[in-house]
Design a protein around this ligand. Structure first.
Ligand code: ADP
Ligand code: MG
Length: 590
């Protein structure tokens, strides 16, 4: 039935082509050109080929999938699986456009349970590469090898095999415009590693291996669940920084691994959404996670999350984009509510546990008088005092509204703003942004970093792509006072860090740096600057740290010495001045 339908449709297309009137302006495009157009949407770079081939192997019920890459996938991509394979007829049909074994009726389109369904990937890839497909049914002794070049069938021969191997050579050899946009081999390889990682995270029961050349760069044996797969991918220490949340309601289920405590990042790396096992991007879902962290997330920081969501496939449309990475939900608000509420509840419980009444009360709690207000009479020890509101709700208050020392002309507003009299008006300083600017310039120039040799070098297991990126850029980091060594097995040793990073979260920093290295940079922003900005953001005074008067004065004078004292490296203002004239205008005196 399926084959008959596919063959019919191919014949139908062929027939329509012959019916074309030579005089008409409108032409039905030849199949080869249509495939190339489809390839334009589906296959952006070698990583897209890897994704499509792995997803086909998953659909074929494979339990082991191995991928081999040469020259960032530009030379060769080979995906070998132990799935159900194809018989002779299917092996020839699968490269025809819109030929799929996964959809039969229109209804199926709204009940998708496979990774593929559009029947587009193989013909698209075949049209822009030299492809060899070797496949055979699991228990048969026969098999077929099919060679296609730029969409044209070159050779078909018997080749006994089990499972399927697809070899893609010289991607985009016949579409030079596309080829021109490919990045360096290592950048393309990182995209491939990311693609394999995403598939592996969502299909833990399958074993994945990745070879670059003959080197085995990633080995993920079959795992028992998402937790074990995350462990295999990022290491035990990473897992300690995230907590597991489970929630279920009618028609929806979620297992999530999300940031625990303050384990935030400066980028959105490590944010994954798997919807019915498909890696997707979705604003509604991401927004729901952020909203669960409302009030906990410092400005400019991002939570880590791995969300595994199962929903009734009839309530979601996966056919929104050719790459199937975007979705449309029938009940968007419900999904949002379900995720946000599930996470919020568990985060609150976790926070309450950590912040059990006064368990971790900061110093100001101890030095304040019985009213909770600072006890000036007893001689406040620091140069700075706080008029803190008493802890409320049994835990430590997160809303220290106003902290001030009456004898000096500045006050803290919230956690990061300082209001100062001077310069002919009122200056509001964002001390976090100011500190970031100072450190950023030091990192860019590699000066005044006061390197600090760690007494106990820190060992960090990272994801494979992070590890490779950092090792490749060891010298760049060295110039910024971060000395790392290769420890093998995706592990780095950090030996020296600049003074400003002594207490910072090294894993978070290096992970962010790797992300910015992977993103590559635009010509207007050299790599060094991008990396310096990331590190500075981590090293700068934490949101809740209050500087002493002396510290503040030092910061102001350091800030004035920088090239752009008015802006942090991300372009946000470090300070805003309300002149007396501005104030007069505000009070309608002018
Ligand atoms: P889709 O995955 O959307 O069906 P593809 O072009 O990716 O479209 O693949 C076409 C068909 O080829 C699939 O429906 C499947 O029947 C067959 N196929 C592709 N790859 C494999 C594989 N690794 N093992 C078995 N069958 C495969
Ligand atoms: Mg497919």
């Amino acid at each position: 039935m399926r084959k008959k339908e596919s063959i019919d449709s191919i014949l139908d297309l062929r027939l329509r082509r012959t019916l074309q009137c030579p005089m008409s302006r409108i032409k039905v495009l030849p199949i080869e050109l249509r495939n190339k157009i489809a390839a334009g949407e589906v296959i952006e770079r070698p990583a897209s080929v890897v994704k499509e081939l792995i997803e086909n192997s998953i659909d074929a019920g494979s339990t082991d999938i191995s991928t081999e890459i040469l020259r960032g996938g530009k030379g060769l991509i080979r995906v070998v699986d132990n799935g159900e394979g194809m018989d002779r007829e299917d092996a020839l049909l699968c490269i025809e456009p819109h030929a799929t074994s996964k959809l039969l009726h229109e209804d199926d389109l709204f009940n998708i349970r496979t990774m593929g369904f559009r029947g587009e990937a193989l013909p698209s890839i075949a049209s822009v590469s030299r492809m060899r497909l070797v496949t055979g049914l699991r228990d048969a002794l026969s098999g077929l090898s099919v060679e296609i070049e730029g969409g044209e069938l070159k050779e078909v021969k018997d080749a006994p095999s089990m499972g399927t191997t697809l070899e893609i050579r010289d991607l985009f050899f016949n579409t030079p415009a596309r080829k021109k946009f490919l990045k360096s081999d290592s950048t393309e390889l990182f995209h491939i590693i990311d693609a394999v990682t995403k598939e592996a995270l969502s299909h833990w029961e399958i074993g994945f291996r990745l070879f670059t050349g003959k080197q085995e760069t990633m080995t993920l044996p079959r795992a028992s669940g998402p937790r074990e797969r995350i462990l295999q991918t990022y290491g035990a220490e990473f897992l300690e920084g995230i907590s597991e949340v489970n929630a279920e309601t009618r028609g929806m289920k979620m297992t999530a691994f999300v940031t625990k405590g303050e384990n935030f990042r400066a980028t959105r790396s490590h944010q994954f959404i798997f919807l019915n096992r498909r890696p997707v991007k979705d604003q509604t879902v991401s927004h729901a996670v952020y909203s669960a962290y409302e009030g906990l997330l410092p400005q400019g920081k991002h939570p880590l999350f791995f969300l595994y969501i199962e929903i009734d496939p009839k309530t979601v449309d996966f056919n929104v984009h050719p790459t199937k990475r975007e979705v449309r939900f029938e009940h968007k608000e419900e999904i949002h509510r379900f995720i946000a509420a599930g996470l919020r509840e568990s985060l609150r419980t976790e926070r309450d546990l950590r912040h059990a009444p006064f368990a971790e009360a900061p110093d100001w709690g101890k030095t304040s008088g019985p009213s909770g207000l600072p006890d000036f009479a007893s001689g406040f020890p620091g140069p700075f005092s706080y008029a803190a509101s008493p802890p409320s709700g049994g835990g430590v208050s997160e809303n220290v509204e106003l902290r001030y020392r009456p004898s000096v002309p500045f006050i803290y507003l919230g956690d990061t703003y300082v209001a100062m009299a001077g310069r002919g008006g009122l200056t509001l300083l964002d001390h976090h942004a100011a500190h970031e600017r100072v450190l950023y310039e030091r990192f860019v120039q590699g000066v005044d970093l006061a390197s600090h040799q760690l007494l106990f070098p820190v060992q960090l297991k990272l994801s494979h792509s992070e590890y490779r990126m950092l090792i490749e850029n060891k010298d760049l980091l060295g110039g910024m006072g971060i000395e790392i060594d290769d420890f093998g097995h995706d592990t780095l040793i950090v030996r020296t860090v600049p003074e400003a990073l002594k207490e910072a979260d090294l894993r978070g920093i290096l992970s962010d740096v790797a992300a910015s290295l992977t993103e590559g940079t635009r010509p207007e922003k050299p790599l060094r600057e991008a990396v310096a900005a990331r590190i500075a953001c981590h090293a700068s005074v934490r949101g809740k740290e209050i500087l002493s008067e002396e510290g503040l004065q030092r910061l102001l004078s350091d800030l004035e010495k920088t090239e752009h004292p008015d802006q942090c490296p991300h372009g946000r203002p470090t300070k805003v001045l309300f002149s007396l004239d501005d104030l007069k205008k505000m009070f309608k005196r002018k």
